[in-house]
Each structure stands twice: as C-alpha cells, then as structure tokens.
Design a protein around this ligand. Structure first.
Ligand code: SF4
Length: 401
C-alpha cells in the first residue's frame, strides 16, 4: 500500500479565500500595495508597479496593447475583476478560452487572465511557436491544488493493487494540473468540463469498470447521481488517509471513486441561503454551478456550467428574479448587463475567487510592458511528454462531446 495517513495540507489559496470578502456590493480594485496589506502571498513584481492607481494602470495597459497590436491576444475568464475584463479581447469559461487560444494562429503571445491550469491547457492546445503568459504565476486554483501529482500517483498504485485487473478509468475535471490530465491520457482516461461530465461518465461506465474522478468530489457526485448511481456506489478518496480512508471491500464494491477536492468558492453556497432567497422572493429562480454541494444543487431550480448560467439568465424574460450561486464578479456583471431583471448572489457576503483575484491589473500591465520591451515574463510551458498525454485526454473529450 502506498498511501499512508499524512497530515492534511490546506492549500494557501484556500486560506486566502476570505481575504477579500466583504458585505458591500462593489469590489473595486485598489493599488497593489493596498491589496497586499491584507497579507496575501502573491508573485513579486517590480516595485514601480506597486503604488500605481487603477486609472494610471488602465491608461498604460491601453497604450501597451496598442503598441503590440495583433501580436498579443488577452483572454479574460468570467471570474476576473472588471478592471481586467475590460481589456480582454475574448471572455469565456476555461474551455471556451482555451479553444479561442488554439484558434489565434496569428498571435505570438496569449495572455491568459485566469488561473494556472487554464494557461497550461492553452499551452497544450496552441502551436509550439505560440507562448502563453499567466500575469501572476501564483494565480493557481485551490481545487486543482488539492490533487497533488504524488498523491494521485499513490492512489493510482493503490487502486491497481486492490483492484488487480479490474478496469478503472481516470476522469479529470478541466480544473486540474497538466500532470493530472497527462496521467489520465496515459491511462486511457479523459478530461471533462462541467458541461460534458455526463457524456464522459457514460462513456467510461460502458467499459464495465470503475471511474476515478478528480479533483472535485461534488461535481463527480452531482453528475453520477443524475445518472442514477446511488450514494452507496460512490466512495471518497481522502489523500491524507491510508487507502483514501476506505476498506478494500469498499473499493471493490464502489462504482465511482471521488477524489476529496472541492471549490472554495462554490462550497460557500448553502441550503439555508436558498431557503432565505425563496422566502424573500416567491418568484425567484435559483441557479447554481455543479461545483456546489449536492444539497444545494438538488434544491436549485437549475444548475450548470458558467456559460449555461450566463445563457439562462441573459435569455430570460424582463422582470424575472434570479438568485445565482457562482463567483461574485460574474454575478455582478450579469446584474449590470441585465438591469431589467432582479439578479443577486445567493450569498450576501461578497467573496471573489481568491486565486482569480490575484490577476490584479498591475500584473497585466507588467507582462504587457515586458512584451513591449521584448522581455516576455511568466511564460507557462508544459513539458513535451506531459503535453502529448494531456492532449490525448483533451482530444478524447472533444470527440465524446
Ligand atoms: S472558482 Fe473554484 S474551481 Fe474556479 S478557479 Fe476559483 S477555486 Fe478554482
């Protein structure tokens, strides 16, 4: 047996999650030096960028972008701050943006305003002569950080010893490192997004084996439950416990093995918040992301990916009321863009995704001005062997959907 009881490690990104929570509606960027004051540990940046006001930064970003022209494409994930999104050439969720990146053959540099696994995915999907830049290298994802390569390899070895020749298909959510995507590709597994998880589960279950789903236990459980898999056919693998905290018998009996990871943003939403929203607005529609816990997803009116939430809310009738369970920057933007509807976040405490929030506009300015000076910084490169296997798992996902 490879896994032994270890002391749990909480990713620093998870610890920072509440640093920028507030009860006010607006989340306005301050200078970097002011934002650093709450004690966050972000990538070091030259001192000259620390005291710049968001207005000065905005003007300099515009100037640098103009000078670089078509050589550079800026991608902005929906969970980014408005002060960053305003400079994005394309906005979208992680997969949509990676596909955009792959279609931008003329762009020498792709600046991905998102988190590390997204920049890695873009590097896997783009040509070798294109460079993907992440403005702040510490912009990780607390969920992806919960599936450390060594822990996953230990789990894989343990499953091999316990299950002998039985088939186990590894499926990883897009929100995972290139290493984990590569492990899936190497072992006949696949990547999935929140919009095609069901198709990948269906495909894997047809092989008459088991699924190891990484790293989000809630997306895994929500998907499998909808497909009729019962709770007693699912086990959770805790990487800090021997055999993931399971007996050999449990592992043998299980159909789905769920890695014990979660999203620190989406697990903030609760059943109580849904009840409160329904009590206050009897016509409210509750829509949440499938990274929320199963009780929240089960009690919402609708659930789905970020793009699904945007489409549902944007295409709804004027006068409708929406309580949304997803990242606050997106909810605020939807409220601004749909002023004929009543839109609010399920959680009254405003908490951005702490890791997405690490892309302060000063970091975007820093990497853009670096390119103007022909000095690229923060280029994300996935090792060629990992790239090949991860690509295999991504391509399989595309063919299944
Ligand atoms: S919202 Fe959750 S899953 Fe998405 S980047 Fe932030 S921590 Fe990761």
């Amino acid at each position: 047996m490879t896994t032994q009881t270890k002391l749990p490690v909480v990713p620093i990104t998870e610890l920072e999650q509440s640093a920028f929570c507030q009860t006010e509606e607006e989340l306005e960027s301050k200078s970097l030096v002011e934002e650093f004051a709450v004690g966050v540990r972000w990538q070091r940046i030259p001192k000259k960028y620390l005291g710049l006001s968001p207005e000065i930064i905005g003007k300099r970003i515009q100037k640098a972008k103009k000078m670089l022209g078509q050589k550079v494409v800026v991608l902005g994930h929906h969970y980014q701050r408005d002060e960053v999104i305003q400079f994005a050439d394309y906005t979208g969720d992680s997969f949509k943006l990676s596909k955009y990146a792959a279609s931008q053959n003329n762009a020498e540099y792709i600046i991905f305003c998102g988190v590390h696994f997204m920049a890695e995915t873009a590097d896997i999907l783009t040509n070798d002569d294109q460079n993907v830049i992440l403005p702040n290298m510490t912009a990780g994802c607390s969920m992806a950080d919960m599936a450390i390569t060594d822990d996953v390899l230990d789990c894989w070895d343990d499953l091999g010893s316990v299950l002998k020749n039985k088939i186990v298909t590894p499926i990883t959510y897009m929100n995972s490192t290139a290493d984990i995507k590569s492990l899936c590709g190497e072992n006949d597994g696949v990547v999935c997004t929140s919009s095609n998880a069901e198709q990948t589960f269906e495909w894997a279950l047809k092989k008459q084996g088991k699924i190891l789903f990484l790293p989000d236990q809630h997306l895994g459980r929500n998907t499998a439950s909808r497909m009729g898999v019962s709770d007693d056919e699912m086990i959770v693998w805790d990487p800090f416990k021997s055999l993931g905290g399971n007996s050999e018998e449990d592992i043998n009996k299980s159909k789905i093995i769920l890695w014990k990871g979660h999203c620190s943003v989406h697990t903030r939403f609760t059943l109580e918040q849904i009840k409160k929203a329904r009590h206050k607005h009897n016509d409210v529609k509750v829509i949440v992301h499938p990274e929320c816990t199963p009780d929240v997803v089960d009690n919402a009116d609708l659930y789905g990916s970020t793009e699904f939430i945007i489409n549902q809310v944007s295409n709804s009738k004027p006068g409708t009321t929406w309580a949304i369970g997803t990242e606050i920057n997106l909810v605020n933007r939807l409220a601004k863009e749909n002023q004929d509807k009543n839109i609010f976040c399920l959680d009254s405490i405003v908490c951005p995704c702490a890791t997405m929030y690490r892309i302060h506009p000063a970091y975007l300015l820093w990497v853009l001005e670096g390119l103007v000076e022909q000095n690229p910084t923060n280029v994300v490169q996935v090792a060629p062997d990992k790239k090949k296997n991860a690509r295999k798992a991504l391509d399989l996902m595309l063919s299944l959907s």
